[in-house]
Design a binder for this molecule. Structure first.
Ligand SMILES: Nc1ncnc2c1ncn2[C@@H]1O[C@H](COP(=O)(O)OP(=O)(O)OP(=O)(O)O)[C@@H](O)[C@H]1O
Ligand SMILES: [Mg+2]
Length: 254
């Protein structure tokens, strides 16, 4: 059987970053087909035609396919972020409160449980509240896509590693001389002291036993750290198992 060109590329590829990119692209094509077809069947045919089992199976195929697609997209984005250099940043002046609001909406939209519940009538029961305390005129000079990703990542972690029925997340921004701090506080699972430094390593996830559920690669915080390095910023964490976490980002104003 003749090899596809991409398979040859993977075999000859010595650079792990390029290898990851080739593998991710290869996974994307069949996944898009699975998702496309399952979506088309679900939207075109009236669901009454299916047995309850078939309807549930189709929904699950679509849900898991979408999840896999998001995982592959994150892997591709990781690949892009790790190879970026400061000169590649598309820096511009951004209103901090606006970008936090957009990221908060995106992080909430990602949460499957909230999305399902908000379609019904029990939003209060599964409520997630992101309170933003940020002066309206605060500006930063940063790459919009990367900064949006960074904030969304911290917020989606605060939602994801949180088993509370009511999830309260507090974002606080402050201006100190030539730097700006953004802290994201949650009252969720928290992190044990021995894990706090490891969470910024590639593919590191704290044991599932402690956090309740795990979705993702363990790559989000590696990217957050890299994005901050590119912008001349830093991140620190204060956390306690069972009490929650505070992730504080520090960024130069310029
Ligand atoms: N707010 C938080 N509360 C408790 N644990 C957290 C929090 N944020 C991160 N962690 C822990 O740190 C680990 C690494 O986080 P990271 O964002 O890098 O990966 P992930 O969210 O598991 O996967 P990915 O971001 O790739 O989707 C998580 O798996 C989790 O165990
Ligand atoms: Mg994450």
């Amino acid at each position: 059987m003749e090899k596809e060109p991409i398979a040859e590329n993977i075999q000859n590829e010595k650079d792990p970053t390029k290898m990851l990119s080739l593998v991710s692209h290869k996974l994307k094509t069949p996944l898009s087909i699975i998702n496309g077809y399952s979506e088309a069947i679900l939207s075109q045919s009236s669901k009454e035609k299916f047995s309850p089992f078939t309807a549930k199976a189709l929904e699950e195929i679509n849900k898991q396919g979408t999840k896999l697609c998001n995982l592959v997209d994150k892997l591709l984005f990781f690949n892009k972020v790790v190879s970026l250099q400061a000169k590649d940043l598309a820096k511009k002046t951004l209103n901090l409160k606006n970008i936090i609001k957009t990221s908060a909406n995106d992080a909430i939209a990602q949460d499957e449980e909230i999305a399902t519940v908000s379609a019904g009538s029990t939003v209060a029961k599964k409520g997630t509240f992101i309170e933003i305390d940020c002066p309206s005129n605060l500006e930063i000079k940063a790459d919009e896509e990367l900064m949006g990703f960074l904030l969304e990542e911290l917020l989606s972690n605060a939602i994801k590693f949180n088993n509370k029925a009511e999830k309260i997340i507090k974002v606080q921004c402050a201006h100190h001389g030539d730097s700006i701090s953004i802290s994201v506080r949650d009252y969720g699972a928290g992190i044990r002291p021995q894990d706090v430094n490891k969470i910024f390593e590639n593919f590191y996830q704290v044991d599932d036993y402690f956090t309740g559920q795990i979705d993702g690669w363990g790559l989000g915080l590696t990217m957050v750290k890299k994005i901050l390095e590119l912008h001349g910023g830093s991140i620190s964490v204060i956390s306690d198992r069972g009490l929650g976490s505070i992730f504080t980002v520090s960024l130069p104003v310029e």
